[in-house]
Design a protein around this ligand. Structure first.
Ligand code: GLN
Length: 490
């Protein structure tokens, strides 16, 4: 069962090889054994998960099973789930029991999936290493002295170490793709607006997007129709019919035009990463694709633009945590402003405070035009670069991250170094495009390398086809950490 595909698990449930209760127990046992080392989950509630599992078994017995009925899925702790502790990795919400379900959770529930637990993450999804979590860092299953990436590091680790068959993540500037790359799994950030943000705790609303993380492109294709779909409660949710994301998986790649943006092969990227990407491009050529060189001239501006816009939106979104309505409330206060100040001072960690300060600064009266407005204009230019590039190709490819997983503590005292590790993922969020990461190699230290595939708007089915064909020809996605896993059985 370890690392089995969702299809295999679904068939196992359908044929009665195992029940959902047994499957869920199997993963709960893995979590019990390995979570003390990996710190991948913040909350596990066996009773709740098993109750859902036995309801799924009953549903199946009545002939009402759907493809995901009875399959346990780990949920990033940014998604509100009714009656579950929902912390967003923060002390601020460390006691918050959600009174309602996020749209994504509702969808998984109605698909019959089992909530396996809530995964660890950087505080309010701000980070690239999981080190900003109030609940301590997650460890990379390939080398526990290294980070799993962030902010969806708990979800990535859970899938990579076989603690869950699949998981959810969110990606504001790379938080699905970069941890997928660092842990050797697959992750997809959909087109902005495809997955409802209702009940997904807000970081930077114009960039945040939920998406699936799993063992293969095929698995992601099964999860997408559950996660995507119109929701009137999110004003940016797109009113489009849910697609069949598996429809194009089997298509041959002959005629596919792959654009290689020259800015993605910049200095500062590890030669081993570049080499693995080049090898995968050769593989794609064997599969019938042709290569076009393209340029995204404003790429270099994406990190500075993001670190104006994302903190600006965060400072506004996080103003709701005032110690009055919900979240942490300080025990020390005399006046109302002391209540606000002390609750926020105690409830937020250093990275979150840094972002609130930057955000409030760039939105302030004297600096709004110079920073915020300017960044909005540049965001438009960055998006236009992609539109121009897609006139010449179908998908773009390059590295997900300039390096493989770094050591715990290596960048945590140098925010700018940390921010630069997102250089290849951030522009995609600024443009609202879909992006994914799939494993494409291992470096000399045996650490996974991620290939990033960027598609045009709403081209998720095509991206999944492109990824799946590569996965039929190679086995990088089946490699697992020798310490926590074993070879894929199916
Ligand atoms: N690492 C980026 C940041 O710290 C992106 C995080 C994310 O995608 N949630 O903001």
């Amino acid at each position: 069962m370890l690392h089995a595909s969702l299809k295999t698990l679904s068939q196992g449930l359908a044929s009665g090889k195992y029940s959902s209760v047994e499957l869920t127990q199997y993963f709960l046992r893995r979590i019990e054994q390995l979570n003390p080392t990996l710190n991948s989950f913040i909350t596990v509630d066996a009773q709740k998960s098993l109750a859902q599992a036995s309801a799924a078994d009953a549903q199946r017995a009545q002939g009402r099973a759907q493809p995901l009925t009875g399959i346990p899925i780990a949920q990033k702790d940014i998604f509100c789930a009714k009656d579950w502790l929902t912390t967003c990795g923060s002390k601020m919400l460390s006691q918050f029991i959600s009174p309602y379900d996020a749209h994504v959770i509702e969808r998984f529930n109605s698909a019959g999936a089992v909530n396996l637990g809530k995964t660890n993450m950087d505080e309010f999804a701000m980070g690239s290493s999981n080190e900003t979590s109030f609940f301590g860092p997650v460890r990379n299953p390939w080398d526990t002295e290294r980070v799993p990436g962030g902010s969806s590091g708990g979800s990535a680790c859970a899938v990579a170490a076989g603690l869950a068959p699949a998981a959810t993540g969110t990606d504001t500037g790379g938080s699905i793709r970069q941890p997928a790359a660092f842990t050797g799994i697959c992750g997809l950030k959909p087109t902005y607006g495809l997955v409802s943000r209702y009940g997904m705790i807000a970081f930077a609303s114009s960039l945040d997007q939920g998406g699936p993380m799993g063992n293969s492109a095929e698995d992601l294709a099964m999860l997408m129709p559950v996660m995507a779909g119109f929701d009137a409660r999110d004003s940016t949710s797109l009113d489009r019919p849910v697609e069949d994301y598996e429809r194009d998986l089997a298509k041959p790649l002959s005629g596919l035009r792959i654009g290689l943006p020259k800015e993605f092969f910049a200095q500062g990227t590890s030669p081993e990463v570049l080499n693995a990407i080049e090898q995968s491009i050769v593989e794609y050529q064997k599969l019938g694709a042709s290569i076009v060189e393209v340029s995204l001239p404003n790429m270099a501006l994406s990190v500075p633009v993001y670190y104006v816009l994302a903190p600006a939106e965060a400072s506004s979104n996080l103003s709701r945590y005032d110690g009055v309505r919900y979240g942490h409330r300080s025990a020390q206060y005399q006046t109302l402003s002391e209540l606000y100040e002390n609750s926020r001072a105690e409830g937020f960690g250093a990275e979150v405070k840094r972002r609130i300060l930057i955000g409030a600064y760039v939105l302030s009266h004297g600096y709004y035009d110079a920073y915020y407005l300017r960044a909005q204009k540049l965001r438009r230019l960055i998006a236009q670069d992609f539109t121009d590039a897609f006139a010449h190709c179908d998908v773009l490819m390059g590295p997900t991250s300039p390096s493989t997983a770094f050591k715990l503590g290596e960048k945590s005292n140098d925010p700018v170094q940390m921010y630069l590790s997102d250089i290849y993922t951030i522009a995609v969020n600024l443009a609202g495009l879909p992006g994914m990461s799939i494993p494409c190699g291992l470096d000399k230290q045996g650490l996974p390398i991620g290939l990033q595939i960027i598609g045009n708007y709403f081209r998720e089915a095509q991206m999944l086809n492109v990824a799946h064909q590569y996965q039929l020809a190679t086995d990088w996605h089946q490699r697992r950490s020798p310490h926590f896993g074993e070879a894929l059985t199916s």
